[in-house]
Design a protein around this ligand. Structure first.
Ligand code: PLP
Length: 256
């Protein structure tokens, strides 16, 4: 069986973070493993606490996994500090890790900062160079490219700026644009993934779930385009199931 590792934050409500990643790995047919960087207290209404795990504990979790069951792909999610970012990059380089999907998690939909402002430089300078693909949403892409994104042509300009500035393949998720939900994969060439907008207010953890599905697909040997297409189809199914849990923006049905 192929294996995938998530290095991310824990979401106590199970809709996002490590918990979503492991469910997405299982639903996409790979054996999932996890390294926890941060523990968050949260539910569908918000994030109430963030507690970072010490760097030496993050490093020893990574070492324990890699020395035994070497993952076929790695997804990196919430990493809140520059110190943890450096620790992860150091260990992943040491193991010459392949198939790295980096979800550029910055702020939760509920408005909680999951990446400190002073860690954005570390993310771009230390983790971008080892990633095979990054998966920013429009808000994160705006921070990375420095201008507002209001249309699909802005998305192309933004992806081009990010690709050329950081030399990394970008999946720019258009889900927050007014009329469409199309995503753009950009590696110097444009590939659009068109999606019908699903009118579901329960979207908590969508980004986590998508990026781990991409990692699972890379672990299974798919190329990036096929991995993204298949992951998008999976997310569409998980959203269309219209699960409705909790008092706020609830989770998708990862195992639909
Ligand atoms: N909590 C954790 C631990 C996450 O990693 C993320 C996103 O990556 C979120 C919360 C935010 O999820 P959402 O913005 O989909 O509610």
């Amino acid at each position: 069986m192929k294996t995938a590792l998530t290095i991310a934050g824990s979401d106590s409500s199970g809709g996002a973070g490590i918990q979503a990643d492991l469910k997405s790995f299982a639903a996409n047919g790979v054996f999932g493993m996890s390294v926890i960087n941060s523990v968050t207290s949260q539910n569908t209404t918000g994030v109430f606490g963030v507690y970072d795990i010490p760097c030496d504990v993050v490093a020893s979790q990574i070492d324990a996994v890699f020395k035994d069951i070497f993952p076929d792909a790695v997804k990196i999610g919430m990493v809140s500090s520059a110190e943890i970012i450096s620790t992860i990059a150091d260990r992943l380089k040491y193991y010459n890790t392949k198939n790295i999907v980096l979800d550029t998690v910055m702020v939760s939909t509920s408005g909680c900062k999951l990446l400190r402002d002073d860690a954005i430089d570390a993310l771009t300078s230390v983790l971008f160079p080892i990633a095979d693909i990054i998966t920013p949403n429009l808000h994160e892409a705006q921070i990375l490219c420095g201008f507002d994104i209001r249309s699909e042509s802005d998305m192309v300009r933004a992806a081009d700026v990010i690709y050329n500035k950081y030399n990394v393949t970008v999946l720019l998720k258009g889900g927050h644009l007014a009329n469409t939900s199309n995503d753009l994969l950009y590696d110097g060439n444009e590939t659009w993934f068109e999606a019908v907008r699903i009118d579901n207010p329960n979207t908590h953890g969508t980004g986590c779930t998508l990026s781990s599905a991409i990692a699972a697909n890379l672990a299974k040997g798919m190329d990036i385009k096929t991995a993204v297409k298949s992951a998008k189809d999976y997310i569409t199914g998980a959203l269309s199931d219209m699960l409705d849990l909790g008092k706020g923006s609830g989770p998708l049905n990862h195992m639909y």
